[in-house]
Design a protein around this ligand. Structure first.
Ligand SMILES: [Zn+2]
Length: 380
């Protein structure tokens, strides 16, 4: 019996060898076909025939780990070119492949969600990222994009929730941004007059970011609402002392509370000191604007003209010319000042007051978050 087994051994070996050879040949042929298809598809892409390329890529029955990467890149390329429909087709096809490794499946899902996000289909994108977070125990990238979605939807409660989840996963500190979300909520409630909720959100914002200037501004708004202008003025001035760019946001509020207190001189003195300390041309512009506004009751301050001479500010120069104009009715100099004012005003009409330091986007109003690159605290 043992001899017979020994005689059968070469046969078994031969049969195994034949099977392995067949499998190898099949795999080689599949690889060749895959590689041929890739080349064919890429050629279609180079010929600007993306639909034919898609047909070739999507109809291939097998995808290995290398081609999966190519598919991901292909889909992302379509998205970056603004061809979101095609990107969605590629990524959806990839997700449906059962042989895909877990990591690649996650990458494909992320890309699929990004496609919906790029297409502005925020609810679909939210669904994809929520599923990812659930199944991949809080994927960091999914949390980040989900946060952007909630920012766009202005769903600040959910934005806070997902930021905390992101903090836990990545170890990054989002306390400053979370404070902004609380401040957004506080602003909404202040608009509705829900003072109790405003106080609660301000407290949460302060807990999240102790040195937030936006919190000071909101506390000032709240004091102003409670008809306590002296307190409001102190808080606004504290915020501007910390960050002089806030003058662009608070100029009207400062005037309102100062008028209530009947003390414009105090505000002018504050601006003078601030200008010496910061050399910020916006402070000078505001000081000139304030002087012009109260020119009837108040003489032109000593030193203001000298300060305007130090800075290359067209806006401050226009203010000074207008101040000179006031004393020169129906004179030749008055007509010259008028001409200059008109030209400068026309020039300034096309200028934007604020810009984002991160992306360079220009805007007319101060915003806490840049509408173009969506970064916080980059506008001045
Ligand atoms: Zn920006």
């Amino acid at each position: 019996m043992l001899e017979l087994l020994f005689l059968l051994l070469p046969l078994a070996f031969l049969s195994g060898w034949q099977t392995a050879k067949k499998r190898y040949k099949k795999a080689q042929s599949q690889k060749r076909q895959l590689s041929d298809n890739l080349v064919k598809g890429i050629n279609f892409l180079l010929d600007e025939q993306p639909d034919k390329a898609l047909e070739v890529f999507l109809s291939h029955p097998e995808i290995d780990e290398y081609t999966a990467e190519t598919y991901l890149l292909l889909g992302n390329m379509f998205r970056n070119r603004g061809e979101v429909d095609r990107a969605l087709k590629v990524h959806q096809n990839l997700i449906s492949r059962p042989a895909l490794a877990k990591e690649q499946k996650v990458a494909a899902m992320l890309a699929y969600g990004e496609d919906f996000f790029a297409a502005g289909m925020l609810d679909r994108a939210e669904g994809v990222f929520q599923e990812l977070i659930k199944n991949s125990s809080g994927d960091v990238q999914a949390c980040g994009t989900l946060r952007s979605i909630y920012e766009q939807l202005q769903d600040w409660e959910k934005a806070i929730e997902v930021s905390r989840c992101e903090e836990k996963q990545s170890g990054n500190d989002h306390s400053r941004i979370i404070a902004h979300y609380y401040c957004e909520l506080a602003e909404e409630e202040l608009e509705k007059g829900n003072i109790h909720l405003v106080e609660e959100y301000i407290e949460n914002a302060q807990k999240s970011h102790k040195h937030s200037n936006r919190v000071l501004v909101l506390q000032g708004d709240l004091e102003s609402r409670k008809n306590r202008p002296a307190n409001a003025l102190k808080l606004y001035q504290k915020a501007i002392n910390n960050d002089s760019r806030l003058i662009g946001l608070l100029d009207k509020k400062l005037i309102a509370v100062t008028q209530q207190l009947g003390n414009i001189d105090q505000l002018c003195n504050f601006l003078k000191k601030l200008l010496v300390r910061t050399n910020d041309q916006k402070v000078l512009e505001y000081w000139v604007e304030l002087t012009l506004r109260y020119a009837q009751d108040k003489p032109l301050e000593n030193g203001l003209e000298d300060e305007v001479g130090k800075y290359a500010s067209t806006k401050a120069l226009l203010g000074i010319i207008k101040l000179w104009q006031l004393d020169q009715h129906d004179t030749k100099a008055g007509r010259h000042y008028e001409l200059l004012s008109n030209v400068l005003e026309r020039y300034l009409k096309n200028q934007t007051e604020f810009h984002c330091h991160h992306c360079g986007y220009k805007m007319n109003d101060f915003l806490w978050r840049c509408p173009a690159c969506h970064h916080w605290d980059t506008v001045s």
